[in-house]
Design a protein around this ligand. Structure first.
Ligand SMILES: NC(=O)c1ccc[n+]([C@@H]2O[C@H](COP(=O)([O-])OP(=O)(O)OC[C@H]3O[C@@H](n4cnc5c(N)ncnc54)[C@H](OP(=O)(O)O)[C@@H]3O)[C@@H](O)[C@H]2O)c1
Length: 245
């Protein structure tokens, strides 16, 4: 399905990003996984390679513009093109507004939103020349609904939706689609930090009565990158077990 396609995934070392890397690789794509810890990325790459995939692990802190430039140079040297970009790297630093430190606001905005801008700008230059590209930005249900205690995170994820729709309009005529996936509550390191009480309260609000798994998000990302989704752009795919509809 994705033979000859090059997929670049930020935050590919675990969780939803790793699931995306596995799903694209299983579908025949060559995959670039990035993150801050090269040792972990190398382990993930070995896992995928043992299943017959081709992976390039690259250290790239999405808050570091120099590392982003170096990563893109390395990818272009290795593959010469980028067909699919998944802006997935993300963090939370939760607190109620009055207790939220400015540095926690900035870390979340820079990692989740500014990085999406910086990485997309690099990728778009390449995709415009190719006259082909598929960009999928990972937002969150919280970016649509808001969530008490997550002002920084919700603002970053809502920002991603505005960014997605804007860039979709800017590049639509060049055969580049830009879409967002807004996951609900997914079982990853990010949500394992939540207290049991918060988890059980959240579960009560999910019509399907269970938390999602990383691959359930990755399959939506894969669909938006597929040729079946060629006429979909500026869209937000909610994958949340009915939590928001
Ligand atoms: N889990 C959920 O319920 C849920 C719901 C909605 C949306 N999301 C979104 O889905 C995405 C993936 O989340 P997840 O649940 O899979 O979280 P996760 O397990 O914590 O994984 C986060 C990934 O982002 C990378 N990352 C974090 N900061 C980075 C930085 N500065 N530079 C480069 N990479 C960085 C991490 O790698 P390193 O730490 O090794 O750098 C890791 O690979 C995030 O954007 C998150 O907001 C998750």
């Amino acid at each position: 399905m994705f033979q000859d396609k090059i997929a670049f995934i930020t935050g590919g070392s675990r969780g939803i990003g790793k699931a995306c890397a596995c799903v694209f690789s299983e579908a025949g794509a060559k995959v670039i996984i990035t993150g801050r810890d090269l040792t972990t990325l190398n382990k993930v790459a070995s896992e995928i390679e043992s299943q017959g995939g081709q992976v390039l692990p690259v250290k790239m802190d999405v808050t570091n513009p120099d590392e982003i430039k170096m990563a893109f140079a390395k990818v272009m040297e290795s593959f010469g093109r980028i067909d699919i970009l998944v802006n997935n790297a993300g963090v939370t630093k939760d607190n109620l507004l009055l207790r939220m430190k400015e540095e926690d606001w900035l870390t979340v905005i820079e990692t989740n939103l500014t990085a999406t801008f910086l990485v997309t700008r690099m990728a778009i230059k390449i995709m415009l020349k190719q006259r082909y590209g598929r960009i999928i930005n990972i937002s969150s249900v919280v970016g649509v609904t808001g969530n008490s205690g997550q002002a920084n995170y919700a603002a970053s994820k809502a920002g991603i939706l505005g960014f997605t729709k804007t860039i979709a309009q800017e590049v639509a005529s060049r055969n580049i689609t830009v879409n967002a996936v807004a996951p609900g509550f997914v079982d990853t390191v990010m949500t394992q930090k939540l207290t049991e009480a918060t988890t059980s309260k959240l579960l009560d609000q999910i019509p399907m009565g269970r938390i999602g798994v990383d691959r359930e998000i990755a399959y939506g990302v894969k669909f938006l990158a597929s040729k079946e989704a060629s006429y979909i752009t500026g869209e937000v795919l909610n994958i949340n077990g009915g939590l928001y509809m």
